[in-house]
Structure formats: C-alpha cells, structure tokens
Design a protein. Structure first.
Length: 133
C-alpha cells in the first residue's frame, strides 16, 4: 500500500486492486486516499481475468472498511454479479461478516443482494459445501 502511494500510480489490474482491498480491510487499515485513488481509475482498469473470489474481495474491502464511495461499491458488486454463480458458500459467509461492519449502506441493500444474488448460489451448493461444516 505504501509503495502504491509513494509511486502515485493506482493503475493496476482489477484483480490486483481487489486483492489489495480485501487485505486492507482484513488488516483494518484506514486509508480513504487509497480507495479514492482506485476509484479515479476504475474506468480505465482491465478486468479480463476477474473471478468470483477476486470480485468478492473488492466488495469485501468496501463493505468492511466503510471507505470509498457508492460508485466503488457498485463497481465491485457489478463484477461480483457477473461471476456470482462460481461463488462458494464460504465466500458468501465472508460477505455477510464484512457487511456486519458496514455503517455506510442501508441494511436493505445487503438483504436485497442476499435474496436476489446469493440465495440461489447458497441453495445450489448447500448440500456439497455447507451440510457437514
């Protein structure tokens, strides 16, 4: 994170940004400038190798950290929606945990995402991934 800020260049592949956002939130690093820097280049970023897990990392970073703008949340949620069928139960559990820290979005926002996007995935994978855990 310090290297990116020192260099002053936030232009990275989307998968790398997602990875950073996930770990920044997990490590409880508060750096609104980092989120703002990434949001300024989202329109230019390539995302050809985006997976559900990486998109989940971007959403997780925004949900848990309470940093960034609604534009950033929408950007990562759109990527997650495109790849949602390849999520795993544990990924959805992590999103729930991240949203429990969120104080910027209304609760109905995540309830809607759970119902419309994540519930079908949970139900389809329940027997294979959640029954014995």
């Amino acid at each position: 994170v310090d290297h990116i800020k020192d260099k002053g260049s936030y232009k990275l592949p989307a998968k790398n940004i997602a990875y950073l956002l996930y770990h920044v939130a997990k490590s409880e690093i508060y750096d609104p400038d980092l989120f703002a820097g990434f949001e300024n280049i989202y329109r230019e970023v390539t995302s050809t190798r985006m997976t559900a897990r990486l998109a989940m990392g971007g959403v997780y970073g925004y949900y848990r950290s309470n940093q960034g703008t609604r534009y950033g949340v929408d950007y990562w949620e759109e990527h997650l929606l495109k790849n949602s069928q390849t999520l795993h139960v544990q990924d959805i559990v992590e999103l729930c945990e991240a949203f429990s820290y969120n104080r910027t979005l209304p609760r109905d926002h995540f309830r809607q995402k759970l119902t419309e996007v994540h519930k079908p995935v949970l139900l389809s994978l329940w027997k294979d991934e959640a029954t014995y855990h």
